[in-house]
Structure formats: C-alpha cells, structure tokens
Write a protein that binds this ligand. Structure first.
Ligand SMILES: [Zn+2]
Length: 69
C-alpha cells in the first residue's frame, strides 16, 4: 500500500509539473518581462519572481519550439 494518499500523489505530480514547465520555459527569453534564458520571470511591477512557472507567452514559445523538434 502506498504511503501517500491520492490527494498527496496529485499534489506531488502538480509540483513536478510546475518545475518541468518552468525549466522548459526558461530555455527561452521572456517576451513579457525580458528575463534572459535561465532566469525566472519577474513581475515587472514588483520585481519579485513570479509564483507560477513563467509568463504565459514564454511557456507558449517553449512549447512551440518543442513541437518543431
Ligand atoms: Zn516573463
């Protein structure tokens, strides 16, 4: 029997997905906040790192690049 509940397993999945999405997105430059590859997106107003993986446009760009290869 698993030592995790279904709910915990789902949270672990979401957490792993968060970092995978961020890692992929950070191979691109962000057109929204101008973060360079390898840098985490920052909120242009507060200069704080964003709480989501990256700005949407950057995630979209990295997804499109993956589709091409
Ligand atoms: Zn950004």
């Amino acid at each position: 029997m698993s030592r995790y509940t279904q709910r915990e397993l789902r949270q672990i999945d979401e957490f792993a997905n968060f970092w995978m999405t961020r890692e992929d997105a950070e191979t691109e430059r962000c057109e929204h906040c101008a973060a360079e590859p390898g840098q985490t997106c920052r909120d242009p107003d507060t200069d704080e790192p964003v709480r989501y993986p990256a700005h949407w446009i950057r995630i979209k760009t990295s997804e499109q690049r993956k589709d091409q290869t």
